[in-house]
Design a protein around this ligand. Sequence first.
Ligand SMILES: [Zn+2]
Length: 79
Amino acid sequence: MAEPPPTIGALKTLGVTGVLPLCRDCKHGGAVAFDALGLPDDTPFPHVLGSRRFRCQNCGSRDCHVTPDWRNYRASGMG
Ligand SMILES: [Zn+2]
């Protein structure tokens, strides 16, 4: 029983403001806001990764590992 993937809107309500591509070559990371992607809030997060080629702003590599930007995540129910 797999959970459905979170949507952009669901992540926003958790305090996630965007995605954080991390370059595998030079380890450079540069956050990209959801607003900058121009995708609707009901877009499933995995679709974000498939719909856009992230490119390292430092070295130009396309070998980026993209994760949600959890830095502003508001943990709930964790005490
Ligand atoms: Zn790089």
